[in-house]
Design a binder for this molecule. Structure first.
Ligand code: PLP
Length: 400
């Protein structure tokens, strides 16, 4: 891949993307990529190299050192940007390091308003690491825009939102959040890991930064830890590239390549996740052993109207309240197809108890406050056959 700085267009991976007007599936398969110019390889090579030979002092081919530039990673970044409808993708070693990079654009005394019911690890980073470094946080229930407005201070620089939230499947109105942020002169960051760009595109409704744990649906095959940011603004992108270069949380080329292979089928997988998620949610909602089923696609979800307005599909994430930790344990111990594990978004179905697993790091009183009880079970519904999934759940719920 020649990246002669004298032909700057050549180093712009976006020029290889199909037009922004092309369909989601076409962008998923092609964006950010082109056949390798030396061999015609249809897949971007895994550039497993730490450095690049420079033809002469003072002249390089656009690549100096792999923390700063890597062609495999750039192909992934072009692909992710096209899927979210932003200009710049910035890949990271994990979802948390992607969030952390945005936080590292802030300074001591700056204030962040965060949804209270985020991914547990995000909450832990904010409370136990970044607060020590002098960043201030307020946690709010962003279902209620007034709570968000009231939390804004003169030092507020960032709103961090997650919708649907993990694991309660609460929503916030992204357009309203963008308005509140921008009125305050702050940026809106949205963790779009649960929804994926197939179902929801925050940049289109005013968000400034989209963050992903690519570990989940984007990679989709439970074999990589990765993260990414997508932004539209050139100056913000430059700042974030600078933070990444200066702090170093880059993904390896093999991992970037695997995520890129995953995103090629994102649209196909998400259709199946959405359909199976809906089928499982309907089944669980109607099951006598289940006290409550949280899924934005159900008419019984308190924010179903917002969900249909803001999302094109409702994902494979479902949570159910079974009433006690004992019942939750019996349920998750008895499923076969649904594997007991952390994480989500893979092709295989996974089940877990957030209070003891993904959200164990959240203080018990805060967990209770958010509704993350010991009897809450979270399901990541995979793309297996619907009948087999329902049969597995039905059997595990028998006699509960
Ligand atoms: C998993 C997850 C993260 C953290 O991502 P890692 O890749 O595990 O670092 C952040 N947000 C959400 C919504 C997640 O599910």
């Amino acid at each position: 891949m020649s990246h002669d700085p004298s032909t700057p267009d050549d180093s712009d991976s976006r020029q290889d993307s199909p037009p922004a007007s092309s369909g989601f599936g076409t962008r998923a398969v092609h964006a950010g990529q082109r056949p390798d110019p030396t061999t015609g390889a249809i897949m971007p090579p895994i550039y497993q190299t730490s450095t690049y030979v420079q033809p002469e002092l003072g002249r390089h081919l656009g690549y100096e050192y792999a923390r700063v530039q890597n062609p495999t990673r750039e192909a992934l970044e072009g692909n992710l940007a096209a899927l979210e409808g932003g200009k710049h993708g910035i890949a990271f070693a994990s979802g948390l390091s992607a969030i952390e990079a945005v936080m590292k654009t802030l300074s001591v005394g700056d204030h962040v308003v965060s949804e209270e019911n985020t991914y547990g690890g995000t909450n832990r980073m904010f409370n136990k690491v970044l607060s020590r470094l002098g960043i201030r946080f307020s946690f709010v229930d962003s279902r209620d825009p007034d709570q968000v407005r009231e939390a804004i201070r003169p030092e507020t620089k960032l709103l961090h939102m997650e919708t649907p939230t993990n694991p309660m499947m609460r929503l916030c109105d992204l357009g309203v959040m963008a308005e509140i942020a921008h009125e305050a002169g702050a940026l809106l960051m949205v963790d779009n890991t649960f929804a994926t760009p197939f179902n929801q595109r925050p940049l289109e409704v005013g968000a400034d930064v989209v963050v992903h744990s690519t570990t989940k649906y984007l990679n989709g095959h439970s074999d990589v830890i990765g993260g990414a940011l997508v932004v539209d603004d050139d100056a913000l992108a430059e700042e974030l590239f600078f933070v990444r270069k200066s702090t170093g949380a880059v993904p390896g080329p093999m991992d970037a390549w695997l995520v890129l292979r995953g995103t090629k089928t994102l649209h196909v997988r998400m259709k199946a996740h959405n359909a199976n998620g809906m089928a499982v949610a309907r089944f669980l909602e109607g099951h006598p052993a289940v006290e409550a089923c949280h899924y934005p696609g159900l008419a019984s979800h308190p924010q179903h109207e917002l969900a249909t307005r803001q999302m094109d599909g409702f994902t494979g994430m479902v949570s159910v309240e079974l009433g006690s930790g004992e019942r939750a344990k019996r349920f998750v111990d008895r499923t076969h197809l649904f594997a007991l594990a952390e994480s989500l978004g893979g092709v295989e179905s996974i089940i877990g108890v957030p209070a003891l697993m993904t959200h164990a790091s959240v203080a018990p009183d805060r967990r209770a406050f958010m509704g993350v009880t010991d009897g809450l079970v979270r399901l990541s519904v995979g793309i297996e056959d619907e009948a087999d999934l329902l049969e597995d759940l039905d059997r595990a719920l028998k006699g509960l």
